[in-house]
Write a protein that binds this ligand. Structure first.
Ligand code: ADP
Length: 292
């Protein structure tokens, strides 16, 4: 998980001096100060970005089974307090300076990752594509290329190279007590499809660099959300391997996105999207109303 305070200096030279100091591997040591805020918080890396007289420090930290925004905030505060005795001219303007970046569509999360970075892949046999998805490997590969890759490039998408990842991310976040506003960056996803085995079968993958989930803290204690986490067998803190419950939940998110990417892209190739919308969404049936 990441947090990036913004610091103001009297000159760009002073901001640059601290950047060069921190960029040197000799000076960067994972800080034990982080552990003083919580035993599950561990500083992993630090990325510095300068803008005039201001320096942004993007702290990346492990957070056990918690999503971790609050935990990391406390750790960063400890480091800032310490740094101010070492560098008295540092003026911390904001403990969170938007280079983190939380709940905004940004390239930094797409490129550097935030939360859990997951790649999920599957090979779908050609006969399953025909029998269950009612389409062909060739049609799926083509529509994926034209819609999810080229179409998104035409729209100058930041992280949205997919059919409807945010529908699934948001639904799971609400059901399991996550922060639904984080669907902005958690839905960054590139969906890829390729014909394999001499064109007979389909290889499909989703690459999701910033899935932000936790199985402790936040809304995970609420009754229904807690029941959903129980169903998935990831509720609470994992005592033997802290962090493995939240990692498993992140893979559940990516796996579910993969399944629904296949489902919607198949419906598009088979021309069923409008038909099913009219049947399920505009009828009296009480079904979920989603669109892409
Ligand atoms: P967040 O940082 O995600 O906003 P909290 O501020 O509630 O969530 O922090 C998580 C809390 O859960 C911390 O107080 C931490 O000590 C506690 N905790 C207990 N077990 C674990 C675990 N396995 N991983 C992470 N946090 C844990």
């Amino acid at each position: 998980m990441t947090r990036a305070p913004v610091m103001h200096f009297g000159s760009a030279k002073r901001a640059a001096e601290l950047k060069f100091y921190l960029d040197s591997s000799e000076n960067f040591k994972p800080s034990p100060l982080f552990l003083t805020c919580c035993r599950f918080a561990g500083l992993q890396s630090l990325k510095c970005a300068i803008a005039g007289k201001n320096l942004y420090l993007r702290f990346s930290c492990s957070t056990g089974d918690a999503m971790g925004m609050n935990m990391v905030l406390k750790g960063v505060q400890n480091v800032m307090d310490f740094r101010q005795t070492d560098f008295p001219d540092i003026d911390v303007m904001g403990i969170s300076g938007n280079f983190c970046s939380d709940k905004k569509p940004t390239a930094v999360n797409r490129i550097e990752g935030k939360g859990k970075s997951v790649v999920c892949e599957a090979v779908i046999k050609g006969n399953v594509v025909r029998r269950v998805l009612k389409t062909s490997v060739e049609a799926l590969v083509k529509v994926n290329m034209l819609k999810n890759l080229t179409g998104s490039a035409m729209a100058r998408a930041l992280g949205g190279f997919n059919a409807h990842a945010s529908n699934i991310v948001t639904a799971i976040y609400i059901a399991t007590g996550q922060d639904p506003a984080q669907n902005v960056e958690s839905s960054h996803c590139i969906t890829m499809m390729e014909a394999v085995d001499d064109g007979k079968d389909l290889h499909v993958s989703v690459t999701m660099p910033s899935i932000e989930v936790g199985t402790v803290g936040g809304g995970t204690q609420l009754a229904s959300q807690s029941a959903c986490l129980n169903l998935l067998e990831v509720k609470g803190a994992n005592r033997e391997a802290p962090g493995s419950n939240s990692w498993l939940l992140a893979t559940v998110v990516a796996g579910s996105v993969l399944a629904r990417e296949l489902s919607l892209t198949s419906a598009l190739t088979a021309g069923q999207l409008v038909k099913s919308h009219m049947r399920y969404n505009r009828s009296n049936n009480d079904v979920s109303k989603v669109s892409s």
